[in-house]
Design a binder for this molecule. Structure first.
Ligand SMILES: [Mn+2]
Length: 199
């Protein structure tokens, strides 16, 4: 488990490989500074080392170019999928100054945000498909956030019957993390990132 604890936010990451595989085909990335927090999950097509060949590129690109926009980052990653299997990729950026959260996804990674003062859950739909090196359409969404808002990003190895009630019943990111760890089914590569926005 990777943990980030900061006055601005608290984040918990969990990852496990499909049973029998040494390496997960999923990768994840987190980075933060005083202005922003950037995180991502990538799920490589196929499984094991082949899947990882595609997904491991995403954290490398994000570590080098974290100052760029999400669209720029996704298009960079897309170009590098050429002649590889490809990957589903979701990227999220929290701007602590503007108090905004920006999100974009191509493929089967899910994102949810619940807010303390709003019953509606935010659940942006992804662009279908995966990054493959071909020209890619993007659908990047921008939201405002307030202290107490909770988010969850997960790969398709995490299966949630009712994300809304699971999140509503969690006091914060750690509680949500613990609930998910106890319900995970171990049949697939699984990665999730839970976070509480604090300021
Ligand atoms: Mn998967």
């Amino acid at each position: 488990m990777e943990v980030i604890k900061h006055p601005f936010l608290e984040v918990f990451v969990y990852q496990e490989a499909k049973e029998g595989n040494k390496e997960s085909g999923d990768t994840y990335f987190t980075y933060m500074n005083e202005q922003y927090f950037l995180c991502a999950i990538a799920d490589g097509l196929g499984n094991g080392p082949i899947a990882r060949q595609s997904s491991e590129i995403i954290p490398l690109i994000l570590a080098e170019y974290h100052h760029e926009t999400i669209d720029e980052l996704l298009l960079r990653c897309n170009e590098l999928m050429y002649q590889k299997r490809g990957a589903a990729v979701a990227i999220m950026k929290v701007d602590f100054i503007a108090k905004t959260l920006e999100y974009s996804c191509v493929g089967n990674i899910k994102f949810y945000m619940t807010r303390r003062d709003d019953e509606k859950m935010i659940y942006p739909l992804p662009v279908m498909g995966y990054l493959s090196g071909r020209p890619q359409k993007l659908r990047t969404q921008l939201y405002t956030y307030k202290p107490g808002d909770l988010f969850l990003l997960h790969s398709d190895g995490v299966v949630l019957g009712s994300p809304k009630s699971t999140m509503r019943n969690s006091a914060g990111a750690y509680c949500l993390h613990q609930t998910l760890v106890s319900t995970i089914e171990h049949g697939d590569d699984a990665t999730f990132i839970t976070g509480s926005l604090l300021q």
